[in-house]
Design a protein around this ligand. Structure first.
Ligand SMILES: [Zn+2]
Length: 368
């Protein structure tokens, strides 16, 4: 079975917001958003008005210099939007809520301070963006969610004229970053959006000019998508992560992954991709933290395309760098011509070493 971007890259229908989340729909501040529904007034404050511990003294207009990325650690975005609009609750709110299908509901005007980052000084100059709807599984982070969220941040960044400096990619200085995770802006307090949030892909979307020909492409394949476990491999389950918690870098990407001891005669785990958009691509693998993982897992890539195949072999130390995307090669990149290419990735059972070979997730990313 080939995983193809033809299946996922068609222009999505315009995102529609759930009617029960938007009984009121006023014009939003950003044209990337669908509508504005105001949060309960205990959840935000207006600069230049009555001083409060959270908002004042702060002159209007407030400076807007960064976007903070959050994930709702719960299971229903509609329920959260309704609660945020109607009850004082815990008093927290973001400016924007991005649903799995790309619908964006604004709940606090950009001119006002929303209580989202956990410290007044962090709220005063930022826009908070919440995303659907759990961070203990990568499934909610759909292409539509990433693309609409990035379109929103592009629009905010242009209107307030701040530079693009993504924490962990363009800068390691959290005070200097203009797009940053909640977990990085206030370390030790919150885990969102967690390691499943794909910062490399998201950064490419933040840099995108919006033209179809230059669209960032990302495909992820899970070992567990295969209908049967290959002979000699054990299926392992990801430990349960509470509904209110994000994954950590110890967790597998799939809810199930496979492991096997090296064996010269054993079956490989194979992932296949069909790419039709011309450009430059690379391959990365994700694996969980497992005691006794292999130091020399061998991964072979073969690209079938006009003009002859391209091949690469990567040797990956799976005892390290778990819970993140790791490139094959430095990275190995390959060109996809106008008539497309087929990519096959083998996680080799006949790897050297003695430890567990791990087959979890494979990602293809367009990098140029
Ligand atoms: Zn958060």
């Amino acid at each position: 079975m080939y995983l193809s971007e033809i299946d996922v890259l068609g222009e999505p229908a315009p995102a529609l917001c759930p009617a029960d989340a938007t009984p009121v729909c006023d014009p939003p501040d950003s044209e990337a958003a669908n509508c504005f529904r105001e949060a309960h007034p205990a959840r935000w404050c207006a600069p230049g008005t009555a001083a409060s511990a959270t908002c004042g003294p702060l002159a209007a207009p407030r400076p807007i210099e960064r976007a903070v990325i959050h994930t709702i650690a719960n299971a229903s975005m509609t329920a959260i939007v309704n609660r945020t609009a109607t009850v004082a609750g815990s008093g927290t709110c973001a400016h924007y809520y991005v649903f799995r299908n790309g619908c964006i509901v604004q709940m606090c005007r950009e001119a006002n301070v929303a209580f989202h980052a956990g410290a007044p000084v962090l709220n005063r100059n930022s826009i908070g963006i919440e995303h659907a709807d759990v961070c203990n599984d990568p499934a909610p982070y759909t292409r539509e969610l990433y693309e609409r969220s990035a379109a929103l941040v592009r629009d905010i960044r242009i209107r307030y004229a701040f530079p693009l400096r993504v924490f962990g990619i363009h800068t390691a200085n959290r005070n200097d970053a203009t797009v940053i995770a909640h977990s990085d802006i206030l370390p030790g307090h919150h885990g969102d959006p967690g390691p499943y949030w794909d910062w490399e892909y998201y950064t490419r979307l933040l840099q995108w000019d919006g033209r179809a020909a230059s669209r960032p492409v990302r495909l992820t394949s899970l070992a567990a998508l295969n209908p049967t476990t290959p002979t000699g491999w054990d299926a392992r389950r990801r430990p349960a992560i509470g509904a209110d918690h994000c994954a950590t870098t110890h967790h597998s990407y799939g809810s199930t992954f496979w492991r096997a001891r090296p064996n010269t005669a054993g079956n490989d785990v194979v992932s296949r991709f069909r790419l039709s958009m011309p450009g430059l691509y690379k391959i990365s693998l994700w694996w969980p933290r497992i005691d006794g993982a292999n130091h020399q897992t061998m991964v072979d890539v073969e690209v079938q395309k006009a003009g002859g195949p391209a091949r690469a072999r990567g040797i990956l130390d799976q005892s390290r760098r778990f819970g993140r995307w790791n490139d094959i090669g430095q990275p190995f990149t390959f060109d996809v011509p106008a008539d497309g290419a087929r990519v096959t990735v083998h996680i080799r059972r006949n790897s050297p070493g003695r430890g567990w070979i791990l087959a979890d997730a494979v990602r293809v990313l367009r990098v140029g």
